[in-house]
Design a protein. Structure first.
Length: 226
């Protein structure tokens, strides 16, 4: 399962082209975000930010096709945009609790004090809670995302969408996919200010997300519930 997923982005010409399209979407989106950062704090930054939505949806749509087990789809199609929209929708629902929790705990850590309503609770405890919430949300999200790209956004938000997370196949696939994605984003954050290094890391990021999607698709497909 792991070897096939790692080979997936380059397995044949069609998959190689799809991975290259993912990289192109990341390059275009990254260029637009850098342009927006350069315009800060001018309101003109909204233009490149809005334009960056297109490459983001295209990238998610391409990865969504892999996650659905259907392979890469043509970029400029309604079906690809629909898959990207489904991933955005499921991500907003499943990852928002983690984002809110981490933001709240980060604010309290920056202040160095805990509100009186939470008297007796330490910063370390709150940080642990934030970590646990993040892990739980991150664990459930891929399963729901896989259901969403296959059966629609409503199906991805249904309780049955996370039943497969009890499978050992899903757990192993999630661990492998998480390692790929976390390493990619960590490297991207570390090289954001270096043009040449950032370009190489973007290539790795495109590969890592495609391989992670293929791994999760296989892991979800092997669950005893599906």
């Amino acid at each position: 399962m792991f070897v096939e997923a790692l080979r997936y982005p380059f397995a044949d010409r069609t998959r190689l082209d799809g991975t290259a399209k993912c990289l192109a979407a990341l390059l275009l989106g990254g260029a637009l975000l850098r342009t927006a950062a350069g315009l800060w704090p001018d309101w003109a930054l909204l233009v490149p930010l809005l334009l960056a939505v297109g490459p983001l949806v295209a990238f998610l749509g391409l990865v969504g096709g892999v996650l659905a087990g259907e392979g890469f789809r043509p970029v400029a199609t309604a079906a690809t945009a629909r898959l990207g929209g489904r991933l955005l929708g499921v991500g907003a629902v499943y990852l928002s609790p983690a984002a809110v929790t981490v933001a709240a705990v980060s604010y309290l850590v920056a202040r160095g004090t805990v509100p009186s309503a939470l008297s007796g609770v330490t910063i370390a405890t709150l940080a642990t809670v934030a970590l646990l919430v993040t892990v739980v949300c991150a664990y459930l999200f891929p399963s729901a995302a896989a259901v969403s790209v296959r059966n629609g956004l409503r199906a991805g938000l249904d309780r049955d969408a996370i039943r497969g997370t009890a499978s050992s196949s899903y757990f192993l696939a999630w661990v492998g996919a998480t390692v790929l994605v976390v390493v990619a984003w960590t490297a991207l954050a570390a090289t954001a200010e270096r043009s040449v290094a950032a370009l190489l890391v973007l290539a790795w990021t495109a590969y890592a997300h495609v391989a992670a999607a293929a791994l999760l698709a296989e892991g979800v497909g092997r669950t005893k519930y599906w």
